[in-house]
Ligand binder design. Structure first.
Ligand code: B12
Ligand code: SF4
Length: 449
């Protein structure tokens, strides 16, 4: 039996920020050894639509759904069954089933062996309900599936799943609920050591779910001599000893979800707990004091936002010498409370923006309270242009370049972000809109890097 794993991109084009998609390392480890398996990541190479396979297993995120369905349709037209999984397939299984023979809802660990067995026997079920809470202690990530693929030289590693918070807009809470699970720190350290990589991204959505566990992970990383990045909530900044331990174990950069500088917005996001903490500027200063660069995440478009609040926020991001900034218009993801609220209030501009051919990356898909959708979209564009302008990069570089490692990472990440944004903004999801272009991008346009 041959399984083709497919990781679609947002469009039929290449991406410069592709990291190893761990979902396939998990699926590969769960697949019986006599099954031939191969991963195609559309961000690196075109999908081999003519490939010989007995089963196609495709991962679907909301932004990649349109493209994933195009690819799935092509394989199914050749009589090859398709199984879908991942965030979007979990939130919209019925939609996915219009393009796939089977959908795995939730985590795959508990059901993937049954999917392979049923596919072999030619009797796939429509829905496989993953056990929401597989024990992460036993999860194996088979990285041999990435062999020969030209990913960035950064090992993506997972320490745990879930988040203790429940932000209104977040897919993580919608996917995992209130449960947080962890891998043993020594298993994480052993996996990192086996990759031989010097640079590591811990992909957890919040590494700071549990102080003792976060500290244990850092302790396990110290002997490895690696440099690593992670995602954390701002409350880490209240804990100087943990910041010091993070730095000692090689943490060089952290993505921090500030989301908004406005108290009413934070309340509406269910992030009121942040108001009891120190302000954003002093949080950034504390990370910097330990040599940890700060990648700030900001969402514009909650009800208190206006063009002025956006301008003020981006001035803060530049003045605070953030390493990177993720600046997004509020985008309701299916499954989130935000999506349901905006739908209920009749504020959505599209029924399912991720499938709508009018939607372009970075567009606003709902009616903001205090400005037009266009003003919000343009405000975000202006904010990104200001933050990733060469003047801002030079200023922020001077403040962040404490070592040659900081300097290299800062420059590479800022230049890639600047370029990727230029490529993505306004672009329609899925294959080229005119329908004339073939699905596989390589033959199409020198759009790749
Ligand atoms: C690292 C990361 C990135 C990295 C790179 C990802 C990569 N591999 O190259 C970067 C920074 C580039 C990135 C970019 C983006 N990301 Co991202 N990313 C992540 C993150 C933090 C970790 C992914 C991961 O490795 N997970 C670990 C694996 C093991 O978990 P998993 O993928 O969920 O897989 C399990 C199940 O879902 C299931 N499963 C998954 N796929 C399949 C397929 C089949 C066939 C089966 C059976 C099962 C199955 O089984 C797996 C094992 O149980 C996730 C959050 C998260 N915790 O997953 C966000 C996340 C996936 N990203 C998200 C988003 C929105 C984006 C962007 C669109 C952001 C943007 N606005 O541009 C971009 C575009 C990505 C793209 N090009 O397609 C959202 C997706 C939400 C949604 N509803 O779809 C997430 C969930 C973050 C969030 N907080 O909401 N991302
Ligand atoms: S803190 Fe981050 S990961 Fe946790 S629920 Fe909020 S946005 Fe999601």
């Amino acid at each position: 039996m041959k399984i083709l794993f497919v990781r679609p991109h947002l469009f039929d084009a290449r991406a410069a920020d592709a990291l190893e998609p761990l979902a396939f390392a998990v699926l590969s480890a769960l697949t019986p050894p006599d099954v031939e398996r191969r991963l195609c990541d559309e961000r690196l190479a075109p999908v081999p639509l003519e490939a010989d396979a007995d089963l196609v297993a495709i991962t679907i995120e909301t932004y990649t759904a349109r493209r994933a369905y195009e690819i799935a349709d092509r394989f199914r037209a050749r009589g090859i069954p398709v199984v879908a999984g991942g965030y979007h397939a979990t939130f919209r299984p019925d939609e996915a089933l219009a393009h796939a023979d089977a959908v795995v809802v939730g985590d795959a660990e508990a059901v993937w062996p049954a999917v392979v067995r049923d596919a072999r026997a030619g009797r796939l079920r429509r829905i496989y309900q993953g056990d929401g809470q597989p024990d992460l202690a036993g999860v194996v990530y088979d990285r041999s599936i990435f062999r020969g693929l030209d990913y960035r030289k950064v090992a993506a590693v997972q320490v745990g799943r879930g988040c203790r918070y429940a932000c209104d807009f977040c897919s993580i809470h919608a996917f995992y609920g209130p449960h947080v699970r962890y891998r043993p720190p020594e298993a994480v350290a052993a996996e990192i050591a086996a990759t031989g990589r010097r640079y590591v991204l811990i992909v957890d959505d919040n590494l700071f779910n549990d102080r003792a566990r976060a500290a244990a992970v850092c302790e396990a990383l110290v002997p490895l001599g690696i440099q690593w990045g992670c995602q954390v909530t701002t409350d880490v900044a209240d804990d100087p000893s943990l910041l010091a331990l993070m730095a000692r174990s090689g943490c060089i950069a952290a993505l921090v979800g500030f989301e908004s500088l406005d108290a009413d917005n934070l309340r509406q996001m269910h992030k009121a707990w942040m108001l009891r903490r120190q302000d954003a500027a002093s949080a950034v200063a504390r990370f910097h004091a330990h040599g940890i660069m700060v990648y700030g995440s900001f969402i514009f478009g909650y009800d208190a936002d206006t063009p002025e609040t956006m301008a003020r926020t981006i001035a803060f991001a530049i003045r605070s010498n953030l390493f990177l900034a993720n600046i997004s218009p509020l985008t309701p993801m299916p499954g989130s409370r935000l999506y349901d609220r905006l739908a209920r209030d009749g504020r959505l501009l599209y029924d399912a923006w991720w499938l709508d051919p009018r939607y372009g990356y970075g567009d606003v898909v709902y009616r903001p309270a205090r400005m037009t959708p266009e003003a919000l979209r343009e405000g975000c564009r202006a904010a990104r242009a200001a933050f990733y302008g060469y003047g801002s990069i030079a200023r922020r570089l001077a403040a962040n370049a404490r070592s040659s490692a900081h300097l290299r990472l800062f420059l590479a990440a800022n230049l890639v972000s600047r370029r990727e944004l230029g490529r993505k903004l306004g672009r329609h999801l899925g294959a080229a809109a005119d329908g004339a272009a073939p699905l596989a991008w390589a033959a199409v346009k020198g759009a790749s890097s």
